[in-house]
Design a protein around this ligand. Structure first.
Ligand SMILES: Cc1cc2nc3c(=O)[nH]c(=O)nc-3n(C[C@H](O)[C@H](O)[C@H](O)COP(=O)(O)O)c2cc1C
Length: 189
């Protein structure tokens, strides 16, 4: 991982949503950068995300239980979607799958991640990740357009090697780039 200058985020509360893309492993690296910056970090994972990476990887960095279920109250500073939403200074969703983008675009609250997104008043930063054909799909394009109109912020995707063996747009940007986008948004840039 390339080293970047870290900010002091000791007074910052970062809510990280992880949906079911293979780039979820990069969200662990992002969590590490945020914790090295002294930020408080809460993680929400979708069910699909937990199939791709274990919640324990995030918990190891945050020291807090990962939230996955909208109906189960888990012991933490925050427990349900309203508390999580009100707690956060920024909600970062990385990776953001095509499915999650669709849910956000149309206002679904079908899981803890999308339900929380409906309730936040802080900025939401999306880091999409998907196959190039998915990213170029007119339905996805339309959802991205809608989300931008609603004020969602985006970082990436970029071009490059994809886990499906192809190369093109759809690759999630690296943790350092998401980190920089978070700093810019928190600084009002
Ligand atoms: C190995 C694997 C990798 C996947 N990677 C992606 C991905 O990068 N982007 C994406 O949009 N969907 C990807 N999917 C499909 C999503 O996991 C699937 O659409 C799921 O329903 C997303 O649910 P979620 O948005 O609630 O996490 C992948 C599926 C598998 C099995």
């Amino acid at each position: 991982m390339a080293q970047i200058p870290l900010s002091n985020l000791s007074d910052r509360k970062i809510l990280l949503g992880v949906s079911g893309g293979v780039a979820a492993f990069k969200a662990v690296a992002l969590t590490s950068l945020l914790r090295q910056s002294q930020a408080q970090v809460e993680v929400i994972m979708t069910k699909a995300a937990t199939q791709l990476i274990g919640p324990a990887s995030f918990q190891a960095f945050t020291g807090r239980a990962v939230k996955t279920n909208i109906f189960v109250a888990q012991e933490s500073v925050t427990s349900n979607h309203i508390q999580l939403a009100q707690w956060a200074d920024i909600f970062v969703i990385a990776p953001a799958t095509a499915n999650t983008l669709a849910g956000l675009s149309w206002g679904f609250g079908h899981n803890l991640l999308t339900c929380t997104a409906l309730a936040v008043t802080c900025p939401i930063l999306l880091a999409p990740a998907m196959n190039t054909h998915m990213w170029n799909n007119p339905i996805v394009r339309d959802n991205v357009r809608r989300l931008k109109e609603f004020g969602f912020h985006f970082v990436g995707p970029t071009q490059g090697h994809l886990s499906c063996g192809t190369s093109g747009p759809g690759r999630m940007v690296e943790a350092e780039e998401i980190y920089s986008a978070i700093i810019n948004l928190l600084d009002g840039r």
